[in-house]
Design a protein around this ligand. Sequence first.
Ligand code: CP
Ligand code: NVA
Length: 293
Amino acid sequence: MDASTEEFYHILEIAKNFKNRDLNIKLQDKVLGLIFDKSSTRTRVSFQVAMSRLGGTTVDLNPRTSQIGRGEPIRDTARVLSRYCDVLAIRTFKQSDLEEYAKWSSKPVINALTDLEHPCQALADYMTIKEEFNDFKDVVLTFIGDGNNVANSLILCGALLGLEVRIACPKGYEPNDLVINKAYEIYKNKDLLRITSDPYDAVLGANVLYTDVWSSMGEENQKQEKDKFFRGFTIDNDLVSKADKDAIILHCLPAYRSKEITDEVFESKKNRIFDQAENRLHAQQALLSCLLQ
Ligand code: CP
Ligand code: NVA
């Protein structure tokens, strides 16, 4: 939400140019500090490769072997690290902890996923959608599953871009209320955001079908209960057949086949999941170059 619509488009444009190798921006000697309290494959590696392509470097801070894991206050860690690093990317649980880092750091802080949001993922997702459909006009994005961090960021960025977003999730697992209200404030046309508990209704004529795990990191103890509750919210061939005939399938990964998505759909010709994963690299390279130049 710290980005405007114009800035969002600007990052997407730069990301496209990086992907096409039409840009050669160098950020010699710049250092990105990575603080990851949760596991990561894509986000961590794409940030590392992005910095390497820009001519900079990363410091990967393991909370377990730094003083962070021993409880050093965020306000102290943030003030120290921002004297060494030019930018920080943080993956943690509470959004308020991320905001505490941002408050005390004198350098930009990037949200690399919190329980509330996953904005870098949404940048790559909308880049992938733009590659497929050229622009966002008339595109309908349907997210089926848990109203989690990924859904929240798709909603917020969808509002910035003004495209239609439908979320289908079981009752009680809707996206965050503050996020929904914020999105409605941004949307000029309020009909463009719809939250429902009926996946068949949400998917009718949709151009993009998106899903994510039912239990996010930190929710391991809810897994059994959620697996039962989310029956009927699997993206399978039947659900796909109700979408637009040229619809594409997205998933932020990692995926649990036969839970949120069937193997058949995951591996089908409609999937753009690995382009989407690749785009994490280009989108974050663009984000870093905008923040550091
Ligand atoms: N999609 C995503 O953020 O993947 P990682 O958890 O592997 O970083
Ligand atoms: N919603 C998932 C996304 C993982 C990239 C999680 O938070 O675990």
